[in-house]
Design a protein around this ligand. Structure first.
Ligand code: FES
Length: 139
């Protein structure tokens, strides 16, 4: 049985990794090799927005003034923030159980997702329902 690891050993490794990553960022930036931020093209509105992947698509829309419906405030409760993926479904965060519960398997299989539960990790093309469209699907 090996002796328990000392917490200080892991901390030292973490600090070394942070140093390596942060020290290489200026070089990557100067070489033009910084990963670009994902973009979402909203096809039916002819609108492209740059996404911060740390925030849900709904929060990105709201921060950038993109009109989108929400009644539940992003809790997967209303289904109003739904969107349909046209291209790049694999570039989104995995489907969450809350999305399946709200939209149902048939809509998920047809490419529908919830903006409040999804994060774009790379470029995607979507369509958003118009602001006046209701959502009457029940789980
Ligand atoms: S904002 Fe209500 S389900 Fe996404």
């Amino acid at each position: 049985m090996s002796p328990p690891a000392k917490p200080g050993v892991y901390l030292k490794e973490i600090i070394q990794h942070i140093y390596l990553i942060t020290s290489s960022l200026p070089r990557l930036f100067m070489e033009g090799r910084m990963p670009k931020q994902p973009q979402v093209f909203i096809a039916n509105r002819a609108l492209t927005i740059t996404i911060n992947p740390a925030y849900s698509l709904l929060n990105n829309y709201l921060m950038q003034g993109v009109p989108v419906q929400t009644l539940c405030g992003g809790r997967a409760g209303c289904g109003r923030c739904r969107f349909r993926v046209l291209e790049g479904a694999a570039h989104l965060s995995p489907v969450r159980p809350a999305e399946i519960a709200r939209l149902g398997e048939p809509l998920i299989a047809a490419g529908w997702r919830l903006s409040c539960q999804s994060h774009a990790l790379r470029d995607v093309t979507i369509e958003l329902p118009e602001m006046h469209e209701e959502f009457d699907a029940r789980p």
